[in-house]
Ligand binder design. Sequence first.
Ligand code: FAD
Ligand code: MLT
Ligand code: ZN
Length: 472
Amino acid sequence: MSHDFLAQVSAILDSKYILIEEEEKAPYLTDWRKRYTGKALAVLLPATTEEVAAIVKLCAVTHTAVVPQGGNTGFCGGATPDSSGKQVILNLKRMNQIREIDAANQTISLEAGCILQSIQEKSAEKGFLFPLSLGAEGSCMIGGNLATNAGGTNVLRYGNTRDLCLGLEVVTASGEIWNGMKGLRKDNTGYDLRDLYIGSEGTLGIITAAVMKLYPLPISQWTTLAATQDIDSTIALLNLFQQRATSLLTGFEMMTKESLALNEKHFPQMANPLKENPPYTILIELSDHESEEHVKQLLEVILEEAFETGLISDAVIASNLSQANSFWHMREHITLAQSQEGANLKHDITIPLSSLDRFIRDTDALIKAKYPGVRIINFGHLGDGNLHYNIAPPDGEDFKAFNLANEKPIHELIYGQVELCNGSISAEHGVGQLKLDGLRAHKGEVAHELMKTLKKALDPQNILNPHKVVSI
Ligand code: FAD
Ligand code: MLT
Ligand code: ZN
């Protein structure tokens, strides 16, 4: 069968785009965190929607499972094949054309393999902002962003990837092409297929193109770091900015003392410019379409109020673009510092802001009591209630041994607290294979069964990224 598949796929793709040698396939077989490694019959690199459709048709006929892949920066093992060596990886990096920037409609139509940063740059050249922004933007692709419904640092103002998408082109499990590439802001024509595919992590269809929203480029941006002593004041600070700056507030990121200490350990040039690395360092960004002066004054007034009411103890406003970038780099380097340190246990969770204080207080206390000396690396998109509540073993302890012994009970403890607070066990990274088992309990029986019904209806042969998100 596998021999048949390879013989037939060569009628669709030039042989240089069918990777079958081990060394050629290797970069596609392991995820970014090096947590999962699989095997694949082949890595296929199509350049057109028609090629994707022909490949999926062939997969359907030969019962070959297909794992879609973009930039392979996902955190849940969704783009990594299993260990059977029978699955094929369909990497969309050659589908990287921008089809149209429609200035009047304020939309961009583009192929799934476009790299996020290049979309931001191409949009800016035409005077538009494409607001999706995340640490992996130099290599993640819009198809992957849509498939995971990625979040990032601008969600507070512009929403998740889902909120930025108006239309999709999708290859279905039978190899048909659904053209839903309409740039409409209103379209109530029955079930929303677009929303079904967004966030489905390659389990319901292959996203080949999309129509995304564009926004006017802000004229000025001001970035500040502020020191808070506890999470209560941090939330009060967020509420103050939401009240005073309303839609000008485009970023509100939280970094704990421990997160920034780890950063400094691995990247000494990234030391916290605030005095004595306070318990919480908050990165706040305001963006404006009026003058530089207008937004700067507003920022100063709000910070002054925050000082006077005791919400913050220190603040530094970036004096130029390069300093603002250095604040953002400090925030984005925490993920890199963690991966330099070792394979920590990740928890990408959302908690209602009103329960965040309770979650952190209770969970910190439980973790510290049960696992003395462990390091809680807690940071995230606080404006969205999204924490990256990651756990590393005590300094000097072996990561592998610690994780092997404690991964399951630590996940259970933390996710138990998430449930108590009515939160989510996956805020923005998705489910993939990492959270497959935990999903049934988290969604509840009814929702989980509905998900299975959808999967069976749209992919009856279970060939699209099987055993990711939901198993049937
Ligand atoms: P991949 O990793 O290749 O794939 C992810 C999933 O989507 C897989 O299940 C895959 O099968 C599926 N898929 C990929 N392309 C398609 C397609 N065309 N059609 C159907 N299914 C497809 N994520 C956030 O949300 N917010 C962050 O702030 C953030 N920061 C990050 C920082 C760093 C340093 C890194 C390494 C990652 C970060 N991520 C973040 C995670 C990751 O970048 C996102 O999940 C991103 O959206 C994945 O895109 P990708 O192209 O790399 O997808
Ligand atoms: C980020 O926000 O930097 C990534 O989503 C976080 C992570 O490393 O968990
Ligand atoms: Zn994040």
